[in-house]
Design a protein. Structure first.
Lengths: 513, 313
């Protein structure tokens, strides 16, 4: 009697305890990147900021029959002999592609830092400070515009650095260690790509330097990742110490150009001042429009109201203003009333499918934001392409710059019109995800998605219609989630595509196609 | 013996514990040392109300004016069937409503999880003038609908399938008793609607590893054929999980801990026989990543006798 009951219970419990609950990341076990084409002429591709691929000199490497090189080979073999399990795992991890991995790391940092500061006792909000990144509130608050710009800069800098890297690779044509010494083990596919300077180290150097600017609280962790990536390149048999040293130095130098640009691109002033915030209200009222109000309690100042003045990568400021659409329906108009009712009707009794779409695209607090989501979508398709690292970087640069510029244009539009959210007009509108703390018109998600779909559809043409369908769903998710009026999403999607088309234009003229 | 008195079979009482959302909804969990007689079926309905306006974000206790007061209401249909006087099967199906008084987040409502417990009276023995009994229990729960879990604090549940094991010791001396139970709950991974999420690192998957939980429950008081009056203390601990970061949203795999104290009663009517009323309240005195909830419950139960024996007068 006893055993009859107890045994099944115990067995089930044990079975459950024994079952593997491990959750693995979708890119945890990728094979090594094995490019079909090494793009050996990529040194001639059009750079974004560098005026020439050899703007920064890289000294000629020592000959492969020199004693210096022999010492490099000895070091490499020593590492290979003493490789630990963790180091072997690192070799495998980085072999999937360093551009991919650094973009993943970026997404993680954005998600980690995407938290709005908690209020002070007096009901005001502290502003994160780059000068003191370790104190609360941690710097940065990686909200969507901040994140879009961060992805943009890292993407652009990686691309320029790799173009320079490829230039020198072709110029010096130093063979990979495994070509020089056949007793070297290889943990990555053997290729004809010259190893000097090391692309892994160029990427590590340029990215680490950019991240120091963008996520200064992560300096220690980023330096560790750099060392891990470089050691992995040596242990894999693909690079020697001298390949690494030259690569890292080149990467860091290229980064400095982008850092100089970043310091002067107006992003540092995007928070604005209380006077700026008040002016937004009075200017909107002067136009007889209901101004946007924060729906948070205590009331939070608008998110980066001057971000629309940031210098874009794909076009100048005149073009940026020309991308600005006409106004949304007047806040006093019947059209506006009907738009508000439409949102209310849609979100009053949501279906589970509706919630699912809203959640899938929400990309709110604590996530890698919409530009990060599109970065992840792109990565999934790029993985199947077996591109060279330089082509990976080029395609991510196009995407990430399009996302950054979409963010800038969007923020310009949002604060130009300073339009209230549906829930501000009708407090009965309850949303299926948090309402972002910035004006409604136009939808940021729609702009990011339109821009991403446009450039990704060019890069991976067979997926163009799929990307556009996803972008439409992402845009619509903001309407059916009660966050936006339909017009915000429709116009946002169109303007986003217009921004994305500038990236497409660039792609057709950069020498890579 | 108390347990053998045929007409005083009772349903396991409700544990008035609703930590919900940032809270764990614990429906009827039978943490009492009472068995149904063979072929008797006790069916009942309960109503619970739980609310909080402060919560623990990790260890930091705060309020949130964008939530105001969070409330959860539940109506549960529950029943216990006596397979034998030593072996009972218990089930519970709740319908849950959630609501916040401030901010813009949308309410949720719906049928939550089916919970089933198998309860076995393993040992019953006179000790020192009283009766000592030992129970072994196994239980499980399964979501009955595809409600959204990744929408805390308003989600009506966490979508995880669970299996639980519980040991319970009861000692009754005269009309006074004490019951101590300990449970371990295995929780299956869940799938959420988004393709990535951040815990203490970024996960590029929609699958979430749900940490297991333990639960200790102590109850003591007066227990007669007519009345049960008891004080109840509960400690729920998540084995693993992570803290909500400052000003972040809660997440299903958070480390949700809570210590609650409360009181509970059950009254068995003499007429009509088999009818009983239960009720109680509890308060969360300590917690982590849960709301500091105040909970009330009330329930009504009726025993249906399916035994072939002659009808009782």
């Amino acid at each position: 009697m006893r055993s009859k009951i107890l045994i099944p219970v115990l067995v089930t419990c044990l079975a459950m305890a024994a079952c593997n609950k491990d959750v693995s990341n979708s890119t945890a076990n990728l094979p090594a990147l094995n490019p079909a084409d090494q793009d050996l002429n990529a040194g001639s591709w059009k750079t974004i900021l560098l005026s020439r691929p050899d703007s920064f000199a890289v000294a000629a490497p020592a000959a492969t029959n020199s004693t210096g090189y022999a010492a490099d080979i000895l070091e490499l073999k020593g590492y290979q002999r003493n490789m630990t399990g963790a180091q072997a795992a690192a070799v495998k991890y980085w072999s999937a592609g360093a551009v991919l991995r650094w973009n993943e790391i970026m997404r993680e940092l954005v998600a980690k830092y995407n938290l709005p500061p908690y209020q002070l006792p007096d009901g005001t909000y502290p502003i994160p400070s780059a000068a003191n990144p370790f104190a609360y509130p941690l710097f940065p608050f990686a909200n969507p515009p901040y994140a879009a710009r961060a992805y943009g800069y890292v993407g652009a800098a990686q691309y320029d650095a790799l173009v320079a890297c490829w230039y020198y690779k072709k110029l010096y044509n130093r063979p990979a260690p495994y070509k020089v010494d056949s007793t070297i083990k290889t943990f990555v596919p053997k290729t004809t790509l010259p190893s000097y300077p090391s692309e892994a180290a160029v990427l590590a150097g340029v990215t680490a330097e950019m991240m120091k600017l963008l996520f200064p609280g992560e300096i220690g962790a980023i330096q560790q990742r750099l060392q891990e990536a470089e050691l992995a390149a040596i242990m894999s048999g693909a690079a020697t110490r001298s390949d690494i040293t030259a690569g890292e130095a080149l990467g860091r130098q290229v980064a400095q150009m982008f850092i100089t640009r970043a310091r002067g691109d107006n992003a540092g002033k995007a928070v604005g001042t209380p006077t700026d915030w008040n002016n937004l209200v009075t200017n909107t009222e002067a136009k007889n429009q209901v101004p946007w109000l924060s729906l948070e309690t205590p009331s939070r100042p608008p998110m980066l109201p001057l971000f629309g003045r940031v210098k874009c990568f794909l076009f100048d400021s005149a073009t940026m203003v020309s991308l600005r659409p006409g106004p949304p329906p007047s806040t006093g108009s019947d059209e506006m009333r009907s738009d508000v009712s439409e949102v209310y009707a849609k979100v009053k009794n949501p279906t589970r499918d509706q919630m699912k779409i809203v959640q899938f695209w929400a990309d709110g607090v604590g996530t890698y934001t919409p530009p990060g989501h599109w970065n992840a979508i792109a990565a999934e398709d790029f993985i199947k392409k077996n591109w060279s690292e330089v082509r990976w970087a080029r395609n991510f640069a196009l995407l990430n710059c399009a996302e950054m510029d979409a963010g800038v244009v969007c923020w310009d539009i949002k604060y130009f019109y300073f339009n209230p959210r549906p829930s501000q007009i009708n407090g009965d509108i309850k949303t299926l995800t948090g309402v972002p703390n910035f004006p409604s018109y136009v939808s940021g998600h729609s702009m990011f998605s339109g821009a991403a779909a446009a450039i990704l559809g060019h890069i991976v043409p067979e997926r163009a219609s799929a990307y556009m369908a996803m972008a439409q769903e992402a845009a619509n998710s903001r309407f059916i989630g009660g966050i936006h009026y339909k017009v915000d999403c429709e116009v946002g999607l169109t303007v986003g595509q217009n921004v994305g088309n500038y990236a497409v234009q660039r792609a057709t003229h950069d020498g890579a196609e | 013996m108390y347990m053998q008195q045929k007409y005083f079979i009772r349903l396991t009482t409700l544990m008035g514990m609703l930590l919900l959302q940032m809270s764990i909804l614990r429906a009827q969990t039978d943490e009492d040392a009472i068995m149904m007689t063979k072929k008797n079926f006790c069916l009942g309905g309960t109503y619970m109300h739980s609310s909080w306006d402060h919560y623990w974000e990790g260890t930091f206790k705060r309020n949130n004016q964008n939530i105001g007061t969070m409330s959860t209401q539940m109506i549960g249909l529950m029943g216990t069937y006596g397979v034998s006087k030593k072996f009972n099967v218990i089930f519970n199906v709740p319908y849950v409503w959630t609501h916040v008084t401030r901010g813009t987040l949308h309410d949720q409502h719906g049928v939550q999880d089916l919970t089933v417990w198998l309860k076995w009276l393993a040992l019953e023995q006179n000790v020192g003038g009283g009766v000592l009994s030992l129970y072994a229990m196994g239980g499980g729960s399964i979501p009955l609908t595809n409600y959204i879990a990744d929408y805390l604090p308003l989600a009506i549940g966490l979508q995880s399938k669970t299996l639980s094991g519980r040991l319970m010791v009861d000692y009754q001396l005269g009309k006074f008793f004490a019951t101590l139970s300990g449970s371990y709950t295995w929780r299956d991974n869940i799938k959420i609607d988004r393709p990535s999420y951040y815990t203490t690192e970024l996960h590029n998957t929609n699958e979430v590893d749900m940490p297991d939980m333990t639960l200790f429950n102590f109850r003591t008081g007066y227990r007669s054929e007519r009345w049960i009056l008891e004080a109840v203390a509960t400690k729920m601990t998540t084995i693993g999980g992570f803290d909500i970061r400052k000003n972040d949203m809660p997440f299903p795999s958070n480390k949700m801990n809570a210590t609650m104290v409360g009181a509970h009663f059950k009254y068995n009517f003499s007429k009509p026989e088999g009818l009983s009323l239960t009720g109680g309240g509890s308060y969360t005195v300590a917690g982590r990543n849960v709301g500091q909830s105040t909970n009330f419950d009330i329930g009504i139960f009726y025993i249906l006798d399916f035994s072939p024996k002659k009808k009782k007068k």
